[in-house]
Design a protein around this ligand. Structure first.
Ligand SMILES: NC(=O)c1ccc[n+]([C@@H]2O[C@H](COP(=O)([O-])OP(=O)(O)OC[C@H]3O[C@@H](n4cnc5c(N)ncnc54)[C@H](O)[C@@H]3O)[C@@H](O)[C@H]2O)c1
Length: 359
């Protein structure tokens, strides 16, 4: 079976790991890249031995089957649509888009053209969360009842060289980090039926303490402390808290899933590995379990590779457009519920992604 030939658009920070993992998977090879900043694309191209060009040239190339869109969130939808209109399948970094309307348009364009859309995060395909899914399916915690997810941070202005966008539309802790937590929850517990939440701006202005913009002030436009409740269609009730306003640290776990027969401690969903720990009902002992699946190292790109395999074989892909849209809708749902003082009923559904085979 041949390989899907992929081109990267957006050769910034995160592109390095995609290039590095480009030849790790049998289904896909990365052969070209492009960026608004053509010079930057050419540098990356030389570093990784691929073709570098303008976006237009890449989209016009007849030997490219699939685009991996690693641009900034504000450009995700437009670059996805350009790729689809050029007849290419597209896989996009998180989040799918800024607004729900743009996200729907991306999915609709793909459907009309008979092409696939997929999107990050793909950490749920790593050994850690795949092991959690296997344990839940095999009944280790009984029937799932609830889950908690916590992403507590003090904000990115202490280390990120250009942190302003985290406090503007499309930013905030939920849109930045929520995709990891929500995708992991949906992969374990299935789709969400409704959400509610409360959100606040705790610090209307933030001082940058990283270089090179040390001392500059950011005006905060979006909520930076977002608390949400999620009802899963299958019954469990989840709680999620994402914050850039926790200045004194936190000792909360990342994700726990509570079942009728035990509790599962899920590893950091921004990583691919473990540890996975479980405490069975009636016991006070936490056991660390060996991982049942591979790809526990930084396997970023596995979602794109799985989509490439799906294109080749005709089976559904796991990090699907429907899944990333569902997560995007839930993130908007928390904010809209907070503004309106109501629950937000989800309009989208998605299948729980098929677990990877053992091993
Ligand atoms: N940096 C990380 O650690 C990290 C981690 C996980 C996910 N992500 C996600 O990856 C994506 C990219 O993040 P990054 O940190 O690499 O950003 P970045 O700003 O370093 O790089 C983005 C690149 O996209 C290019 N670009 C912007 N608009 C474009 C357009 N319309 N057409 C072509 N090129 C365009 C920019 O010139 C830039 O080179 C984001 O969606 C982010 O959420 C980043």
């Amino acid at each position: 079976m041949g390989k899907i030939r992929a081109g990267i658009i957006g050769t910034g920070n995160i592109s390095g790991i995609y290039f590095k993992n480009g030849n790790r998977f049998d289904s896909m090879e990365i052969v070209a890249c492009a960026d608004l900043n053509v010079e930057r694309a050419r540098e990356k191209a030389a570093e990784y031995g691929v073709r570098g060009s303008s976006v237009e040239e890449l989209l016009a190339a007849s030997d490219i089957d699939m685009i991996i869109n690693l641009t900034i969130p504000q450009a995700h939808a437009s670059v996805c649509i350009q790729a689809l209109e050029a007849g290419k399948h597209v896989y996009v970094e998180k989040p799918l888009s800024v607004t729900k309307e743009e996200g729907r348009l991306v999915l609709e364009t793909a459907r009309k053209r008979g092409l696939l859309v997929g999107g990050a995060p793909d950490t749920f395909l790593g050994g850690g969360i795949q092991t959690c899914i296997k344990l839940i399916e095999d009944g280790w915690i009984g029937t799932p009842i609830g889950a908690t997810a916590f992403m507590m941070s003090g904000g990115h202005e202490s280390w990120h060289p250009d942190p302003e966008f985290y406090y503007k539309k499309g930013g905030g802790p939920m849109f930045d980090m929520g995709p990891y937590y929500l995708t992991a929850l949906v992969a374990m517990l299935g789709p969400i039926s409704r959400v509610t939440g409360s959100a606040r701006i705790s610090f209307p202005e933030r001082k940058i303490t990283s270089q090179p913009k040390y001392g500059q002030t950011i005006q905060v436009d979006v909520p930076t402390h977002v608390a949400g409740i999620l009802d899963f269609a299958a019954g469990p009730v989840g709680t999620i808290l994402t914050s850039f306003d926790v200045k004194g640290g936190s000792q909360l776990p990342r994700i726990e899933v509570y079942g009728s027969a035990g509790t599962l401690e899920v590893p950091d969903p921004n990583t691919f590995g473990g540890p996975v720990r479980i405490c069975r009902a009636g016991s006070r002992e936490w056991m660390e379990l060996p991982l049942t699946h591979g790809n526990a190292d930084n396997a970023r790109g596995i979602g794109a590779a799985d989509m490439a395999a799906a294109i080749l074989s005709g089976r559904p892909h796991r990090a699907s457009g429907e899944l990333t849209f569902h997560v995007l809708e839930a993130m908007h749902g928390f904010h809209e519920a907070s503004e309106r003082g109501t629950h937000y009923t989800m309009t989208s559904a998605c299948e729980r992604p098929e677990p990877l085979p053992l091993g």
